[in-house]
Design a protein around this ligand. Structure first.
Ligand code: FES
Length: 158
């Protein structure tokens, strides 16, 4: 099995310049950072995806990753980082592993390496949903947060 030149070039470039490709992590205490972790049972490889989000628009402002895996998994991770930047979570949800695999010309035996990337975004979105639900629970809107008259409109102040 031969890797495509796209995989080889990407993998070698990550080794030379990991920051350019988003290798790393964000401060886990940042409330606008979410994480998705996924493993490939077939080979034991693991990918961790960190997203920095705009809390108002759900837009992905920046992306970082750490992957323990083969060259295809590393190349898939960097491709996924590029695909995710600037998208909303709804848009990111629509990116399929096949798009990553096609972009890198992964051979059939390596298709599962791109599945890892797709799984991490679903885990990260779940993390965001949990965090926002937790925030809403602990910080219900105050009168000042609500547009004029909205409480009255719903009859809450009546
Ligand atoms: Fe496991 Fe590529 S061989 S992710």
């Amino acid at each position: 099995m031969a890797y495509s030149s796209k995989v080889v070039n990407r993998f070698e470039d990550v080794l030379k310049n990991p920051e350019k490709h988003g290798v790393g992590r964000f401060d886990p205490k940042d409330p606008n950072v979410v994480t998705g972790l996924a493993g490939a049972p077939a080979c034991g490889d693991v990918m961790k995806l960190d997203l920095k989000l705009d809390p108002v628009t759900d837009q992905i402002l920046d992306v970082k990753f750490k992957t323990y895996g083969c060259g295809s998994a590393i190349a898939s991770s960097t491709m996924f980082v590029e695909m995710l930047k600037g998208k909303t979570l709804e848009e990111a949800k629509l990116i399929k592993d096949k798009e990553i695999a096609d972009a890198l010309e992964l051979p059939p035996i390596k298709l599962h390496c791109s599945v890892l990337a797709e799984e991490t975004i679903h885990k990260a979105i779940k993390d965001w949903e949990d965090k926002t639900a937790h925030r809403r629970h602990n910080n219900p809107p105050k009168d000042d947060d609500v547009p004029d008259g909205r409480w009255n409109w719903y009859g809450i102040n009546e």
